[in-house]
Ligand binder design. Structure first.
Ligand code: AP5
Length: 603
């Protein structure tokens, strides 16, 4: 039960977990961008290497199958079902335009609430008469009218058999919840992202052909003939004033709707030529189809498929992405694998987006170096998954563990890292010689950066009493230039000696440097202050998505589950977390805690 005040809610570095991974946006364009990293001989040898690295790796009594491509990590339905797609975006973001193309290619049943409503209006039905005033004013038509219309349409045979493409619904949190209650979920939720000023211009220039229902734009897509031009009509809600109101309403609702579909959400840049946008959408949908087929054929024996199965079934139960039983240590293999995949996907996305200074902070109980259960084996497994996957993409990866710091009798290294390098060397990196070719093991420092290295993974870099790793780390990142450097569970804050002070100079510079790494993944469990049981909730951020706040709930059946409470553009403060737990409205004007937030806050 929640206490009346949550002021004592805090987060320890314990944590949770992996989760239903968001749809992996590895579009052909992203994979081609990743291949620009290659310093590889030839594409055929890359492919050979990929095949070779696609092997089973063993560590202790665990094993993990490394997927040849991160694309295989997507959340999927196992049953042979036609595609179910939702497309969303601000007014005039191009939903209708893209839907025309999607329908041509995939044969889905296009269900546009705007079109359905306009048809009712022009037929003068009761629904149409009610809807008209809302539409003409640029406001949303009441939920009950639209929801009844949509659910009736979705249940028709053609939609069930051919799959559907839902356009313009849900447009409010209540509408999204109506679908959830009916267990109607898409495979993919696409958002078209277009800047406001472009949207207004698009609306004002939009023209519709009442005969073919084709969408034109007086400048962007003029009609093909004078005859068509003569019959084009302007939508009554396409005035500048009404577009602004529609846009405002869209913005007010979009965040709440997205929170329902975070795990399957794909944001697409809609400010490009329509063919280019379609190409990207097409690649996602084709991948969805392929994954389904592949999983059906594989009989779900692969570990990868097993994860999907769990994800798919749990998503039907409204599972939000946080595995349960996180207080059981050691974690089950399943939990660890979810977690590795979650981190991998986020890291891949960040690197494909050209980010180069990244950090992963994943403090499930087993991976928290500040706790007694810190398991170096779990950390190494995570590192191996990342390294093999990037190597599989043809990159030369250097995995680095800091060596001893200090001089002479004062030399030392953090206890947690003692022996880590040896463990890395003894680990099973697959049967095909990834270690020593595509993966190398090194230390931390500028001299570790070789010309042929494409990226660096640094294992839990941390300060020790009287010694600071940051100078070596900085020299290394400077030498790495624009090559990615990923810190895994770094601990770069000062570590004071028994006298209570940090024994090295330059604190400001250290903090500034530590702050220059961007989180591509973050996970942390939330507890009440001074306790580590029970778990109250969790925070998760997976690049490029928002930070998600979850609450853990004990169900009457004795099971537990995590429900999403809110999402944030930045990691929330303790006050924001408390407010969300207490159901208070969000204060968007976030207090700026500055550097003290970093030093003294929960994080
Ligand atoms: P609806 O018809 O769904 O309107 P909307 O969401 O505002 O979207 P639009 O149809 O305006 O734009 P679009 O994204 O389809 O863009 P398009 O492809 O046409 O809904 C209308 C009204 O119905 C709502 O305001 C509401 O009142 C009511 N309603 C609907 N659903 C509801 C619900 N669920 N609940 C409550 N009420 C609901 O493109 C726009 C223009 O840009 C065109 O001219 C096109 O040619 C051009 N264009 C498209 N792509 C590009 C590109 N890539 N580059 C350049 N130009 C482009």
């Amino acid at each position: 039960m929640l206490p009346t005040t949550l002021s004592s809610l805090h987060s320890t570095n314990v944590t949770p977990t992996p989760s239903v991974s968001p749809l992996s946006p590895f579009s052909p364009s992203s994979s081609s961008s990743s291949s620009s990293f290659l310093s590889l001989p030839s594409s055929s040898s890359t492919q050979r290497r990929r095949r070779r690295l696609n092997s089973l790796c063993f560590f202790g009594d665990t094993h993990l199958r490394i997927s040849p491509k991160p694309k295989g990590l997507k959340v999927k339905c196992l049953v042979s079902e036609p595609l179910k797609v939702m497309i969303s975006g601000a007014p005039a973001s191009g939903k209708g335009t893209q839907c025309e193309l999607i329908v041509q290619k995939f044969g889905l049943v296009h269900i546009s609430t705007g079109d359905l409503l306009r048809a009712e209006v022009s037929s003068g039905t009761e629904i149409g008469n009610k809807a008209k005033e809302f539409m003409n004013a640029g406001r949303l038509v009441p939920d009950e009218i639209v929801t009844a219309m949509v659910t009736a349409r979705l249940s028709r045979e053609d939609a069930v058999e051919r799959g559907w493409l839902l356009d313009g619904y849900p447009r409010s949190f209540a509408q999204a919840q109506s679908l959830e209650k009916l267990k109607i979920r898409p495979d993919i939720y696409i958002i078209l992202d277009v800047p406001d000023e472009i949207l207004i211009n698009r609306c004002i220039g939009r023209r519709l052909d009442p005969v073919t229902r084709k969408i034109y734009h007086i400048k962007n897509f003029p009609p093909e003939t004078e005859e068509i031009k003569a019959r084009l009509v302007i939508r009554p809600d396409d005035t500048e004033e009404k577009v602004k109101s529609r846009l405002e309403i869209y913005k007010q609702n979009s965040e709440a709707i997205s929170s329902t579909y975070l795990k399957i959400m794909t944001k697409i840049d809609g400010n490009r030529p329509k063919e280019e946008i379609f190409k990207e959408i097409e690649s996602f949908l084709l991948q969805e189809q392929k994954d389904t087929e592949k999983m059906e054929k594989s009989g779900n024996t692969l570990l990868e498929s097993k994860s999907h199965k769990i994800q798919a079934s749990t998503s039907k139960d409204n599972w939000r992405g946080i595995p349960t039983r996180l207080n059981n240590i050691p974690h089950s293999r399943e939990i660890r694998e979810y977690f590795y995949k979650d981190v991998l996907e986020a890291t891949q996305r960040a690197i494909n987006d050209g980010r180069t200074r990244l950090k992963v902070e994943s403090n499930i109980p087993e991976l928290n170096p500040e706790m007694d259960v810190y398991r170096i084996g779990t950390l190494m497994e995570l590192v191996r998954v990342l390294a093999l996957s990037f190597a599989d993409d043809g990159k030369q990866v250097k995995v680095c563990v800091q060596g001893s710091m200090g001089e002479g009798a004062l030399a030392g290294m953090p206890l947690q890292l003692a022996g880590t390098r040896k463990i890395l060397e003894y680990m099973d990196w697959g049967d095909y010689g990834a270690l020593g070719t595509f993966i190398k093991i090194g230390s931390v420092g500028a001299k570790e950066v070789d010309e042929q290295d494409d990226m660096f993974i640094i294992v839990a870099p941390q300060n020790a009493v009287g010694n600071c790793i940051i100078d070596d780390l900085k020299a290394m990142t400077d030498a790495a230039g624009n090559r990615p450097v990923i810190l895994i569970n770094p601990r770069l804050k000062d570590l004071p000696g028994s006298s209570g002070i940090m024994q090295t100079m330059g604190r400001d510079k250290r903090l500034e440097y530590a702050g220059s790494f961007q989180n591509c993944y973050f996970f942390r469990l939330l507890y009440y202050a001074g306790t580590q049981y029970p778990i109250m909730g969790a925070l998760r951020m997976s690049y490029p998505y928002r930070c998600e706040l979850y609450k853990r709930i004990d169900e009457p059946s004795g099971k537990e589950k995590y429900v999403i409470l809110s999402t944030f553009t930045e990691r929330p403060t303790i006050d924001e977390i408390n407010d969300a737990f207490q159901g208070k409205p969000r204060n968007e004007a976030k207090n700026t805690s500055g550097i003290w937030g970093f030093l003294s806050g929960i994080f």
